[in-house]
Every structure is written in structure tokens, then in C-alpha cells.
Design a protein around this ligand. Structure first.
Ligand SMILES: Cc1ncc(COP(=O)(O)OP(=O)(O)O)c(N)n1
Ligand SMILES: Cc1nc(C(=O)O)sc1CCOP(=O)(O)O
Ligand SMILES: [Mg+2]
Length: 198
């Protein structure tokens, strides 16, 4: 499977309203700590916006809601996998992306036949506290050897300047949050990302 090479992550549908018209074709909605009705409204509008812009929407964490709302993709981390019903996700036809941080997590992910594998944090991230030290781009080459044709996503501290190095090392897709959301001109930054990612 070939995925778009630029994969921004946002915490509110309002970002999707702004960024999808610029040409973003793969986007994750990563919402923490919202009540179920608000989540449902966010996912429903995001699904419709992505359909209207021919973009892929990946729902982080909320796999049951993604099934219920007829979404196409979910992203799960290792702790999410402990509680998720992967068989239900698969039988509902959803595609699945999985986070990995070490070889044991990668082995677990590969057993589930993921539609992409993410490796992070490639560089230090300020988005959330992580127990993992930065992996470095070299680890992307090792991961690419291990995942073969499964798309490999580089995440964590990524920027437009760092993206080419990640692609050269073996990433198929580069994901970013704060490089966009904390930028003075998020739309301008997304345009730069789209250019860098070709
Ligand atoms: C593309 C991508 N990679 C990694 C993550 C992290 O997932 P997870 O470890 O479950 O952590 P949270 O994002 O849920 O805090 C991701 N969301 N997307
Ligand atoms: C959500 C997330 N997961 C990571 C992982 O390594 O699994 S790093 C990360 C944060 C990415 O944000 P930023 O681009 O601002 O560093
Ligand atoms: Mg998660």
C-alpha cells in the first residue's frame, strides 16, 4: 500500500477545516479527554471533511467509535492494543496503524498485520512525556528492513528540515504535530510540508 508521505496529527476538527483545503491527504484526529458526545461530533465532522477532500482519516485510540461511525482507519499504541478488539476492528474492515518503540513492540505489531507501523520518537518531542529516548534516523533504516513493504511512519520531533533525512533513512511517511500547531503560520507550514514531502 502506498500512503501519502505527509501525515499531520491534530486534536480538533477545527484544524482539519483549515488544513484539508490545502491538500493534506492523510490526517490523524488525536483527541484525549473529551466526553463521548463531543468525540462523536468531532469524528463525524472529520469523516465528512476527509471524504469531501479525498483524504484518509485515522482515528487515534477510539477504535469502537471509529467502527460505529464507519471510519476507515484507526491508530493504536501498545497500551491501546491491550484493551482493543483487533478482530472486531478487522472484521469491520478498518485499517490499522500501530506505534512501536522497540523490537518487542515491533514483533507484536507485525503479528497483527498492520497497515502501517510507526516508529518514534525519532527526535525529542515536546508533545507528551515519553519513556523512550530519541531513536535517531538510523533506527528507521533498521525498522524498514524489518517491516518490508508495510509503510513506515516516522514520528516525534519531526520538522520540515528533518523530514528529508527520515525519508532517506527509510521512512515512507513523516508525521508531525507541534511543528505545525505551534508555528506562527500553521497554514504556511503545512504548505512547506506538502512541498518537502512531494
Ligand atoms: C502515527 C502515530 N504514531 C504514534 C502515535 C502514538 O500512539 P500511542 O502510543 O497510542 O500514544 P497516543 O498518541 O495515544 O498518546 C500516534 N498517535 N500516531
Ligand atoms: C503522539 C506521539 N507518539 C510518539 C511516539 O513515539 O509514539 S511521538 C508523538 C508526538 C509527536 O508530536 P511532535 O511531532 O510534536 O513531536
Ligand atoms: Mg494511543
Amino acid at each position: 500500500m502506498t500512503l501519502p508521505r505527509f501525515y499531520p496529527i491534530f486534536d480538533d476538527v477545527a484544524w482539519l477545516r483549515r488544513m484539508l483545503p490545502l491538500g493534506v491527504k492523510l490526517v490523524q484526529l488525536r483527541i484525549k479527554d473529551q466526553p463521548q458526545d463531543a468525540l462523536r461530533a468531532q469524528l463525524t465532522e472529520s469523516r465528512e471533511l476527509c471524504r469531501a477532500h479525498s483524504a484518509l482519516l485515522v482515528v487515534n485510540d477510539h477504535w469502537q467509535l471509529a467502527i460505529d461511525l464507519d471510519c476507515d482507519w484507526v491508530h493504536l499504541g501498545q497500551e491501546d492494543l491491550d484493551a482493543a478488539d483487533v478482530a472486531a476492528i478487522r472484521s469491520a474492515g478498518l485499517k490499522l496503524g500501530i506505534s512501536t518503540h522497540d523490537k518487542a513492540e515491533l514483533a507484536r505489531a507485525l503479528e497483527l498485520k498492520p497497515d502501517y507501523v510507526a516508529l518514534g520518537p525519532i527526535y525529542p518531542t515536546i508533545l507528551k512525556k515519553m519513556k523512550w529516548h530519541q531513536q535517531g534516523v538510523e533506527k528507521l533504516s533498521e525498522w524498514k528492513d524489518r517491516v518490508g513493504d508495510i509503510p513506515l511512519v516516522a514520528i516525534g520531533g519531526m520538522s520540515t528540515d528533518r523530514a528529508p533525512g527520515a525519508f532517506d533513512a527509510g521512512a515512507d511517511v513523516v508525521s508531525a504535530v507541534t511543528d505545525i500547531t505551534l508555528h506562527d503560520d500553521p497554514e504556511g507550514r503545512v504548505r512547506e510540508w506538502l512541498e518537502v514531502c512531494g
